[in-house]
Every structure is written in C-alpha cells, then in structure tokens.
Design a protein around this ligand. Structure first.
Ligand code: NAD
Length: 481
C-alpha cells in the first residue's frame, strides 16, 4: 500500500466536501511527473449547488449587509493568514505547475496585497454627486451585483484568482471560483483560510473540475449567476462569451497575448537584456504578458543577441522546490509540453533558426531564442505560452510599430529607450492594454489592466473592477425650496 495522497475538496457553504457523486482526479507534479494530491472532480450538480449556496448567502446572509468596515476587517484578516501560510501556499503552486518556489512566494505576497488593496479601495469609496439647475441633484450608488463566478488559469494560480475574488468580495458580492484543473490546491488552502478568518458560509466557494462538459461549463451557463470573470485562452473566452450571452450575463475576459518587446539603440542595454530575459523566461514563459516577440534596432542587434544568449544560458535550472532555481525544467503539464514542443521545428520557424534552446529532459523546454523568423511564421503569430522568443531586427520607429501591431492580440508591449518623446509616441501608438517603458510586470492596482482585440474584453483594477462588481445606480432627488 502506498502513502495516501492529500485530498483537496470543494469548499461550499463554509465546508470542505467531496463531489456529490464521489468523483476525483489526480493532481500531477510536472517536475516529478507523479500525482501528489487527489482532487474532488466537480460536475454540474456540484457547480449548481455552489451557485445556489452563494445566492442564498447573498440574499439572506450578512456579507452584503455588514458594511465596508467589517468586510474590510475580515478581508485583511484573510490577507494576514495568507502571510502566515505563505510557504504552504507557495509550495502548492510549485507542486501543481512547476513554478520556481521563489517566484511562487512572490506571487503569494502579491495575492495577499490584492486582498488588502481591494478591501481598502472599496472602503475608501467615493460617489459622484451631480447638482442640477432644475432644483434636483443626482448621485451614484455602487451596490453589489450578487453572485460572481470566477474562472482562472494555471499559470499564476493564486495570484490571478485573487485578482478576481478580492474586488468581488470587497464590493459585497458572493463568489464561486473554479480554478484550472492543473492547479487546484493553493486556492483550496486560501478558501480554508477564509473559513478560519471568519468569512460567513457561502460567501467564498471553490468548485474543482474541468472546463467543457464539467464544472466550468456548468458555472458559465447557470442563469442564476450575475457576472462571469474569466482569465484563460482566447478560444475559451469566445466560448464563454457566447454561452453567457444566452443569459445576458456580463463577462470580463482576460485572454491570451503575444507581447512585443522593442529595444531602441539608445536603450540602457543591460536593463533591456535583463527584462528581455525576465519577460519570456520567468515562469518558463507561461505568462500572458510574455515578451515573446523581441524587436531590436539593427545597430545593436548582434551585440544584444550575444548578451541575451549568454543571459538565457546562465539561468540556474533545477528542482523548482529549490530556492536557488531560476528556471524550472518542467512545463506545467504533459499536455502543455506537447503544445509548446510542437513549435520547435524548422517549419514553425518560417525560415528562422534556433540560436539557443530546444527540448530538455522530462516535460521541459530550455530558454529558447529563435532569430530571423518571417512575419508569417507560426512562432511569430501564435501564442506559444512557453520559454520561446522570436528576435527580429528593425530600422525605424514606423517599421517596428507596424511589426508590433501586426497581431490579433493586444495585451501588452514593452519599449526600451532613453528618448522621452519617443517613449510617449510609442506608448500612444502601440495597440496594447499596457505599455511598459524601460520595465516590465510592474502593476499599480488602481490602473486599468486588460487587453485589446483577442486579448480580452473589459478592464480590471481599481474603479474598473468596481464597475464590473457593482450595479452603478443613479438616484435623482428633488430638493423642495
Ligand atoms: P484555458 O482557457 O484552457 O483554461 C482557463 C480556465 O477555463 C480553466 O479553469 C479551465 O478549466 C476553464 N475552462 C476551459 N474551457 C471552459 C469552458 N468551455 N467553459 C468554462 N470554463 C472553461 O486557459 P489556460 O490554459 O488555463 O491558461 C492559459 C491561457 O490564459 C493563455 O492563453 C494565457 O495567455 C491566458 N492568460 C491570460 C491572462 C490575462 O490577464 N490576459 C493571464 C494569464 C493567462
């Protein structure tokens, strides 16, 4: 008899439970390629139960009625518990998807901050007042919408889920979260901590399962859901958008990307090399915001590539559980490894060639740099979602703008230059939800976050999350003279 694996159930109505039909699935550690946990496999019945419980908690429970101060205190208590359990939360993400433990710890800190920020933001709310010449005045109320379903991906399991849960809860809604099937454990620990923090039952529920014909599809088609916030692939976002339309359920979609990273010849080269490494090799390139298309001005192109190749090859590869590891040799799952490796062939390079990289052992792909790929190559056009970057030289600002904007995605772009006016010109003309100048991955939670084109619909962050998580209501009053 082998050792029993830890079990992670659904969290519904303040209790951790198995599926109604008893179904489970194995959670595989991509580094060892062995199951390390057993997960409740939810279906429609479990999803419907979670929505019904969340509805009851919203209609009858204390959460929407307790006021901002009390909710703020509970959410901050949860953030404090996350800090206390940071090692456990981080290790859960590392075991689930192979993320180096130092990066997972960074994600936990940001996740706790998500709760603190959105609790503070809601508590410090203001409302607009519109004095009218007619002897009336109008003002805006921001009331919670009800039940919000959040569906999250596997690449930043805790962090991306908390971006959704935190504003939804802070504005007084109840939540049903379905994490990605590859990364179910950290959010289960989070929901256990919410119970410990004193959240009323039914306020924050987690249902595990797959997408199609499973818990995911059941949640997105349930007519008793008031909002759906989804992060994942563009194709899945289109499916969810269609099914949600049948119930007129508003959706927020954070989808794929193919970020352009543009380096001008006046840039601080060491800084640009540093971020060119971080933006595509951090988390093994399994990042929607990855700088997967690198454009370098011709005068510095060859020198840049020498430094870039050396930096990519110098990354410390090892067991993701080891704090020294910078780059995990394992992608998140066998399925994802199969997808990423399908790009590593001459046909996909469209005339380009591999400067460094390729397959490694297990489900691994090394930091890979492709040069001279044609603009129609698969590696240039499609989101690979792995540690694969395509480097291309350019001559002029106009030329690189055309190249960078030649994509169906529009999530983010980076510009490296010391020329202030050029930085502003580029920021204005790049089709992207976020443009970073001389940096990457820095986020102010008050600022809008989201994508254009196939990268998404809607924005998250600060007031943008408030718009989604509340029903803004105009109240018009007559002032009797
Ligand atoms: P995915 O679309 O395969 O799955 C995401 C989630 O949706 C999972 O929980 C999955 O179970 C669920 N799902 C799948 N099909 C469903 C359906 N028919 N109905 C309901 N739910 C369904 O995406 P993924 O592979 O987990 O994540 C990687 C993708 O996410 C990449 O494209 C990446 O760019 C994108 N992403 C975007 C952002 C952003 O902020 N824009 C952030 C991270 C990841």
């Amino acid at each position: 008899m082998g050792t029993e694996l830890p079990f992670f159930g659904h969290i519904i109505d303040g209790e951790e439970v198995g599926s109604l039909d008893g179904a489970t699935f194995a959670d595989v550690d991509p580094y060892t390629r062995e199951p390390w946990a057993t997960i409740a496999l939810g279906g429609k019945a479990d999803a419907d139960r979670a929505v019904a419980v969340a509805r009851k908690a919203f209609e009858e429970g204390p959460w929407p009625r307790m006021g901002y101060d009390k909710r703020h205190a509970l959410i901050h208590r949860l953030a404090d518990l996350m800090d206390e359990h940071a090692d456990e939360l981080a290790m859960a993400d590392t075991r689930d998807m192979g993320k180096p433990i130092t990066q997972a710890k960074h994600d936990v800190a940001r996740s706790a901050w998500n709760f603190r920020f959105f609790a503070d933001h809601a508590r410090m709310r203001t409302s607009d007042v519109y004095p009218m010449d007619s002897g009336h005045h109008a003002y805006t109320r921001y009331d919670p919408v009800g039940v919000i379903v959040a569906i999250s991906p596997w690449n930043f399991p805790l962090m991306l889920a908390t971006w959704k849960i935190a504003p939804a809860l802070a504005w007084g809604n109840t939540v049903v979260l379905k994490p990605a099937e590859d990364t179910p454990t950290s959010v289960t620990i989070l929901a256990r901590l919410a119970i410990e923090a004193g959240f009323p039952p039914g306020v924050f529920n987690v249902v595990h399962g797959y997408g199609p014909d499973s818990a995911g599809a059941a949640l997105t088609t349930n007519p008793d859901v008031d909002r759906i916030t989804f992060t994942g692939e563009s194709g899945t976002g289109k499916i969810i958008s269609k099914v949600a339309a049948d119930n007129l359920t508003p959706v927020s979609l954070e989808l794929g990307g193919k970020g352009a990273n543009i380096v001008f010849d006046d840039a601080d080269i060491d800084n640009a090399v540093h971020w060119a490494v971080e933006s595509i090799f951090r988390n093994a390139g399994q990042v929607c915001l990855a700088g997967s298309r690198l454009y370098v001005q011709r005068g510095i192109y060859e020198d840049f590539l020498v430094k870039y190749k050396a930096a990519a090859e110098a990354m410390i590869v090892g067991d993701p559980k080891d704090p020294a590891t910078q780059f995990s040799p394992a992608l998140a799952s066998e399925e994802h490894f199969t997808k990423v490796s399908s790009y590593l062939n001459e046909e996909s390079f469209g005339g380009g060639h591999m400067l460094t990289g390729g397959l490694s052992e297990g489900w691994g792909v090394k930091p890979t740099i492709i040069t001279d790929a044609g603009p129609d190559a698969r590696v240039v056009r499609e989101e690979i979602f792995g540690p694969v970057v395509v480097a291309t030289p350019f001559d002029t600002e106009e030329e690189v703008l055309a190249l960078a904007n030649d994509t169906r995605y529009g999530l983010n772009a980076m510009v490296f230059t010391e020329n202030l006016s050029r930085a502003h010109r580029m920021a204005a003309r790049l089709n992207a939800g976020t443009v970073w100048v001389n940096c990457f991955f820095i986020r102010d939670l008050r600022a809008p976050f989201g994508g254009q084109g196939d990268s998404g619909v809607g924005r998250e962050g600060g007031d943008f999350s408030r718009e989604f998580c509340t029903e803004p209501k105009a109240v018009v009053m007559q002032i009797t003279q």
